[in-house]
Design a protein around this ligand. Sequence first.
Ligand SMILES: Cc1ncc(COP(=O)(O)O)c(C=O)c1O
Length: 416
Amino acid sequence: MFERFLVGPSLEFGGVALEDLVAEFGTPLYLLDAAVVRARARALRSAGGEAHIAYASKANSTLALLQIIEQGGLDVDAASIGEIEAALRAGFGGHQITLHGNAKTDVELHAAVQLGIRRIVIDDFVEIGRLALLAEAADKRVSVLVRVAPGVDPKTHLAIRTGQDDTKFGFNIGNGSALQAIEAVRAQKSLHLRGLHFHVGSQLMNSQAHVAAIRRCGELARDADGIEELVVGGGLGIRYTPDDNPQSVSAFVDSIFHAVKRAFKNDQPKIGFEPGRWLVGEAGTTIYRVAVRKSVGRKTYVAVDGGMADNPRPQLYGAVYSAFNASKPGEDHDATFKIAGRHCETDTLIEKAKLPPSTDVGDLIAIPSTGAYNACMASNYNRYPRPATVIVEGGEAFLAVQRESIDQVFVNERLR
Ligand SMILES: Cc1ncc(COP(=O)(O)O)c(C=O)c1O
């Protein structure tokens, strides 16, 4: 998977030599290739036609990355007051933001109402009354979507599976809650029901679960009448390893269009997409330095200068990545290493990584496809400062997020 970075005998990211990036910004280092994000935004807009497209900023809400998304003509979805703030700081207007969340606070709902946010996605009955009151108090009519749980199993990891009947998200179609929620919203003068929303899960290799969910939404829309919009969430997967083979974005989008046509017949809703991972995941690569090489029994470890604090996904839900030795890209990657992190848990980054047999202390290890759900999930575990994020484009490196200093790790604390 690393050939795309190889320029002659050395490695480049966005036209900048890796060695220069590491010399200037250190390791561990999050790199983002802006051209990949721009190309994906273009591809999605061209496949999507009239559809509304909002980037799911939970995947990575680095401000300078959000700017690129905004320049690409996409709107944004936020799952918290912090993500709303990130979108505003990056230049989005309230009318471009959709608010999600299964347990929104009054502060979040109030901010959304005041900002004239594009859509608020309602997740529970209690939210309907709370939001209606806030909207009345502000003398506004707020546009909302009802999030439904369509009762489909997307066959992805439990932690990123959200469309099944017993999910914590949204209103169940099967037990009648979704229809009741639609009626409850329609009974509120200060709320304007625009349509339905679902998100079935993440890192899906094809649209099968979406298509099944659309069928359920079509049935619901026949009972509910007047559904103008259908947002089908995100979910399209990316290549973490050479074995991952996601459907192309155009095939994915086309199959959604066809499914909506079939399911909604004469009352076609406007379609919305909310991709996160697919837009930014493959744009990211994390660079580490090998700190230790150690053989234990038949296993050889390389321990790097990062781990679960900058990428918790392998620990959280067994996410699988591939790696390459960025110091020795020309050598055969045919020896098996276990790539360990430096944290005080067994924080394996990659169980069986193929690297050159000569891989050793001081080498740079690159792990591609870390642009989504890495930086935004990072922590200071073991009091390590979070890495820098550098956006590279056209031979220029832009420091989008400065590496945290050790002082910043303690900035909110005081001694008694
Ligand atoms: C409501 C909603 N929309 C969109 C997304 C983005 O999903 P993905 O990154 O898989 O495209 C998520 C992810 O959790 C989500 O919860």
